[in-house]
Design a protein around this ligand. Structure first.
Ligand code: FES
Length: 157
């Protein structure tokens, strides 16, 4: 982990000290921003941790918790909202047994996230499951895909 932090700091110095790029590189490397990364960057660069936390909490692209093995993104932009994305989101939260503040299942398999418009409004409501885009999504279709995803992992246990 430390070697990755060192590489990221080196790139940060070469790029003229852009905190957002530093955090993007960190998230690309780990899938989230580990607390240890902020501590390391703060000590190494002499920048207060609050500056990093300020950026991480301001931009929705950053997260401080690991993501699940699979990621479901529900578009909740206007067009998708009008066509029922909230119902799909609620169904998924129930199906995945997510706690009110949680976005990842307890087994670490699935992360559910919301975004505002993915630029495919003509096929709203839109849902993305592991980078595959589903247009005109319905709860039934998505539940079927989820069950297919969960099936093989259930067999391993
Ligand atoms: S609002 Fe969902 S794709 Fe635009």
């Amino acid at each position: 982990m430390i070697e990755t932090f060192e590489t990221i700091v080196s790139q940060y110095r070469q790029n003229g000290g852009n905190i957002i790029s530093l955090l993007q590189d960190t998230q690309d490397a780990f899938g989230y921003i580990p607390r240890e990364a902020i501590d390391y960057f703060s000590q190494t660069l002499g920048i207060a941790p609050s500056r990093f936390f300020g950026v991480v909490t301001f931009y929705a692209q950053f997260r401080m918790r690991p993501t699940g093995r699979h990621k479901i993104t529900v578009c909740c932009g206007t067009a998708c909202h009008v066509r029922g994305s909230d119902r799909i989101l609620n169904s998924l939260q129930i199906e995945l047994k997510l706690e009110p503040e949680a976005d990842t299942t307890k087994d670490g398999e699935l992360t559910l996230e919301q975004v505002n418009c993915v630029g495919a409004c003509s096929i709203a409501p839109v849902l993305i499951l592991d980078k595959k885009v589903y247009g005109k999504a319905t709860t039934d279709k998505i539940m079927k895909e989820l069950r297919a995803l969960k099936g093989p992992s259930d067999d391993k246990e």
